[in-house]
Structures are given as structure tokens and as C-alpha cells.
Design a protein around this ligand. Structure first.
Ligand SMILES: Cc1cc2nc3c(=O)[nH]c(=O)nc-3n(C[C@H](O)[C@H](O)[C@H](O)COP(=O)(O)O)c2cc1C
Length: 171
């Protein structure tokens, strides 16, 4: 029986929250939503499979609630846990820092022993620099979403990403 998936996110202006709800709607029996602003991060330890969502703010910085709980987040042991990431940013307005916060999440999960799954091709995005790239520079470390400039792409991107997440979690 596939296990529950804990989806942890935080959102300043609601975009990441909206995407989190769209993801949960794809598998309501399986995905449990956790808003970090309200609940913190401690319950991440209850799940072997996690989805973490973060927008980048203020020129490459963590969103404020993630920032507030970063100390606790950095105490979590991710060994034997699989993690899929999604990041929100604005490639036109903040193209030198596109999705940087997703890169910070990735690095922390990996340094705490976790396995980050489902790299995402950079095809179809136009930006100057990002700390959320894999070493080959051809992929992001997780699903890249831009509600400011490419909102119309989000639904299709989610539909393409979701089966890959399930395949990675259930293999
Ligand atoms: C003041 C400000 C700073 C931002 N800085 C960045 C940034 O450095 N990198 C980036 O990719 N997006 C940046 N963004 C875009 C946000 O990440 C984007 O609007 C996102 O959808 C917000 O998500 P939220 O509504 O869940 O908070 C910034 C937006 C604002 C308004």
C-alpha cells in the first residue's frame, strides 16, 4: 500500500498555497497538506515521502515562514526519505535569482541524507541564473513554476510532473 505523502509549503501572497492545493487535489487520499506558517516543520518526520514547496523572495532569499523555521528544518534527518521539490519564482522580474530558494531546500535535504527526486528540464524557461540547477545545468532540482509570467503553463506542468513523482516515490 503506497504511503501518505506530506506536502509542506509556505506562501506569502498565496501562489504557492494555490499550487499546493492543486497538487493535493490530484491525490486527495494520499497527500496531506501542511502550511509551515501555521504548523512548523516537525511533522515532516512522520513521512517517508515528502513534497516541499517554496517561493523565492527578496533577491534569492527564502520565503519568510521557511526562513523562520529553517533552524528546525535543518535538524530533520532525511535519511531514507524521498523528497520532491517545487519552487515558485519570477524569471522575468528576478531572472538573476530565479528559484534560488528551491536550491537552498535541495541542498539542505541532501546534506541531511535525503534523496531528492524528479529533476525538471530547463527547456521553456528564460532566466539569467539560478541556484536551483543540477550540476549539468540542464535541469532544475525540482518542478519550476512561474505564476507571474507563465501561469498558463502551470496546469500542464503539474500534469506532467505528478506521474513522475508517484513513480519515484513508489519504486
Ligand atoms: C519583492 C519580491 C521579490 C521577489 N524575489 C524573487 C527572487 O529573488 N527570485 C524569484 O525567482 N522570484 C522572486 N519573486 C517572485 C515570487 O517568488 C513569486 O511572485 C511567487 O509566485 C510568490 O509566491 P507566494 O505567493 O507563494 O509567496 C519576488 C517577488 C516579489 C514581489
Amino acid at each position: 500500500m503506497p504511503g501518505q505523502i506530506g506536502l509542506f509549503y509556505a506562501s506569502t501572497t498565496g501562489n504557492t498555497e494555490e499550487v499546493a492545493q492543486q497538487i493535493a487535489a490530484m491525490a486527495p487520499d494520499r497527500v496531506r497538506l501542511h502550511d509551515i506558517a501555521a504548523e512548523g516543520v516537525a511533522r515532516m518526520q512522520d513521512y517517508d515521502t515528502l513534497i516541499l514547496g517554496i517561493p523565492t523572495w527578496d533577491f534569492g532569499e527564502l520565503q519568510e515562514d521557511w526562513d523562520e523555521h529553517w533552524q528546525a528544518f535543518s535538524q530533520i534527518d532525511f535519511q531514507a526519505r524521498r523528497v520532491a521539490l517545487f519552487g515558485l519564482g519570477d524569471q522575468l522580474g528576478y531572472g538573476e535569482w530565479f528559484l534560488d530558494a528551491m536550491g537552498a531546500l535541495h541542498d539542505q535535504v541532501v546534506s541531511a541524507g535525503g534523496e531528492v527526486v524528479v529533476p525538471w528540464s530547463t527547456d521553456g524557461y528564460d532566466f539569467d541564473a539560478s541556484k536551483a540547477l543540477t550540476p549539468d545545468g540542464q535541469h532544475f532540482v525540482g518542478l519550476a513554476l512561474d505564476e507571474d509570467g507563465q501561469r498558463s503553463e502551470t496546469e500542464a506542468r503539474l500534469q506532467q510532473w505528478w506521474p513522475q513523482v508517484l513513480a519515484a516515490f513508489d519504486s
